[in-house]
Design a protein around this ligand. Structure first.
Ligand code: NAD
Length: 252
């Protein structure tokens, strides 16, 4: 199979597809022949070859309507990329219950809602796949990330459970676990820091590769998991984290 044509004839929905990792993923799938709908609460101006179905993954009715509109437009759905997510900094003492409810609602229930809406279409696809954007925070015990890490830990567990539930229907479910990715999200975080340069240097130093991950590197991993070339791969977490999870650069 020519990877450039891997997605020919297939259709995808990418949540959070208007920025960062999601936009790079939507563009990558489209470049490989996929018809792509970006589901985002704030679609802004996405390139013309991508379709837009505006919705908030925190709102079940809006998600169901957006997924149905995408499936109607394409005559079905083959790929769902659950990428929309929000961040939170702090220890368990820092975030109020309301913030916990909100972040878990978007990062975890957002995936549940979009998947529920897409599964009836995916079941009819000969090449169905779901890819969730998780995070190395689910695995690595990073400081000041209690809420975010808990939400992404749930995404990891949900990925494995969904892979088991839907394997009999021919639907593969995987996730990626990125390290720190140079996206508008991280740039916003740095802008609000007291010392952006020192903060950026600390983020880079955390990556054993000595570089931030690019949105394109994560998009390429998501595209691999979403496509027919990964036909034997389900229930996995693919690390795109510059070595954070697997490598110790000091002997201690
Ligand atoms: P980003 O802020 O650049 O893009 C996120 C997109 O999601 C935006 O277009 C935003 O409008 C959309 N979105 C947010 N909440 C939404 C909602 N409720 N409904 C619909 N759309 C919504 O962020 P990014 O860095 O590209 O992050 C994308 C995903 O990658 C997130 O799930 C994040 O947790 C994960 N991630 C990011 C990093 C990183 O370092 N940037 C690392 C690991 C994992």
């Amino acid at each position: 199979m020519n990877p450039d044509e891997e997605f020919q004839g297939l259709a995808a929905v990418v949540t959070g597809g208007a920025s960062g990792i999601g936009l790079a993923t939507a563009e990558t799938l489209a470049a490989r022949g996929c018809r792509v709908a970006v589901l985002d609460r704030n679609p802004g101006r996405v390139p013309a070859r991508l379709h837009v179905v505006q919705a908030d993954v925190g709102d079940a009715a809006s998600v169901a309507d957006a997924v149905r509109r995408a499936a109607d437009l394409f005559g079905g759905l083959d790929v769902l990329v659950n990428n929309a997510g929000i961040g939170a900094l702090g220890t368990v003492e820092d975030n109020a219950d309301e913030e916990w409810h909100h972040v878990l609602d978007v990062n975890v229930l957002g995936i549940v809602r979009t998947s529920r809406a897409a599964l009836p279409y995916l079941r009819r696809s000969p090449s169905a796949a779901i890819v969730n954007t998780c995070s190395v925070a689910a695995l690595a015990g990073l400081p000041q990330r209690a809420l975010y890490a808990a939400s992404k830990g749930a995404v990891l567990a949900l990925t494995l459970a969904m892979a088991a539930d839907h394997i009999g229907e021919g639907i593969r479910v995987n996730c990626v676990t990125p390290g720190t990715v140079d996206t508008p999200w991280v740039r916003r975080l740095l802008e609000h820091s007291d010392d952006p340069e020192a903060e950026r240097a600390a983020l880079v130093a955390r990556q054993p590769t000595g570089r931030l991950v690019t949105a394109q590197q994560v998009a390429d991993a998501i595209a691999y998991l979403a496509g027919p070339l990964a036909g034997a791969t389900t229930g996995t977490a693919l690390a795109v984290d510059g070595g954070i999870q697997g490598i110790r650069t000091r002997p201690d």
